[in-house]
Write a protein that binds this ligand. Sequence first.
Ligand SMILES: NC(=O)C1=CN([C@@H]2O[C@H](COP(=O)(O)OP(=O)(O)OC[C@H]3O[C@@H](n4cnc5c(N)ncnc54)[C@H](OP(=O)(O)O)[C@@H]3O)[C@@H](O)[C@H]2O)C=CC1
Ligand SMILES: Nc1nc(=O)c2c([nH]1)NC[C@@H]1CN(c3ccc(C(=O)N[C@@H](CCC(=O)O)C(=O)O)cc3)C=[N+]21
Length: 313
Amino acid sequence: MTVQDPILRPSGRRAVLIDGKAAAEGLDQAARAGALELTQTLGRPPCLAVVLAGEDPASQVYVRNKVRRTESAGMISVEHRLPASVSQDELLALIGRLNIDPVVDGILVQLPLPAGLDAQTVVQAIDPAKDVDGLTAASAGALVLGAPGLRPCTPAGCVYLARQALGDLTGRHVVVIGRSILVGKPAALLFLDADCTVSLAHSRTRDLPALARQADILIAAAGRPGMVKADWIRPGATVIDVGINRVARPDGSSALTGDADYEAALDIADFITPVPGGVGPMTIAMLLINTVRACARRAGLAIPASVAGTGAG
Ligand SMILES: NC(=O)C1=CN([C@@H]2O[C@H](COP(=O)(O)OP(=O)(O)OC[C@H]3O[C@@H](n4cnc5c(N)ncnc54)[C@H](OP(=O)(O)O)[C@@H]3O)[C@@H](O)[C@H]2O)C=CC1
Ligand SMILES: Nc1nc(=O)c2c([nH]1)NC[C@@H]1CN(c3ccc(C(=O)N[C@@H](CCC(=O)O)C(=O)O)cc3)C=[N+]21
């Protein structure tokens, strides 16, 4: 598939949805096959430990789906839910225990952490061999250097979905909105690795709508519902919507929505990821794949063939 010249685009055609849920199911199968192979060799399944402090809504959605999918991929999921009042020292002590626990292969600390806790100190305490989120200095350094390592899951999912829609990404202009350590910054580096030309935008960027309009691929990762308007999107562009925002409905219930004005974007973009059903499921798929990889590496085994060509890095 290629992006069509906007002039040739038949009027009235709507954007093609990039089905993150279906892509994630395929990757989950690969992770499952890898987990089975490791279980047979090691006599125990790969194990992911998740630390959730406080009540961030996007994190709650993540944890719910992650536990289910880790288990259905034949891996063990251990959850550590802590109150928002947990101290930095308690959190560091827990990570210390998980680091030395021989049957824990992956450690993920949900971000953002509650106020008063220093996310950098906590994340950097994770053993890089277990850093399935790809956030430690060792993983981030490997990403910058182009060395092998565990890559951040959400950005890896964005690249995967962009490739699925567009094929080779060489030379495409990618505008990433958001520069967090979790999403925006590593996304910029991964698209750079895919030979894209990358602009990294943030809250101090001047004339963001004009910059966004130059994007062949627009990555929306600001956490601002509806921020990306129709006139921010170049006709024929691909929109990858990372935002997971819980918004109140008039009837008092709540819905998940992304950072793009989705309905309006459908008339302008050629390809778009929905929320839900886009990047979110891919994040979990990449996490499962990273857990299989971490488990194999820690045991000194080859990466199982089923996951070797997937993910990033
Ligand atoms: N789908 C998924 O799997 C995942 C989804 N998410 C979601 O993605 C979103 C972003 O997450 P995360 O990166 O952790 O969030 P952060 O809050 O850590 O970072 C947000 C970034 O967006 C920038 N930003 C905020 N407002 C604006 C604005 N008005 N104009 C331009 N830039 C802006 C900020 O700029 P500055 O640095 O200048 O402050 C910052 O760099 C959230 O909705 C989160 O829930 C996150 C992880 C995974
Ligand atoms: N250290 C860390 N790493 C993260 O990757 C991380 C994090 N902290 N904190 C929170 C955000 C958010 N996040 C999501 C992942 C998947 C879905 C997900 O499964 N979304 C489904 C939701 C479906 C539904 O349940 O409604 C979808 O979009 O289709 C959501 C949100 C990961 N994050």
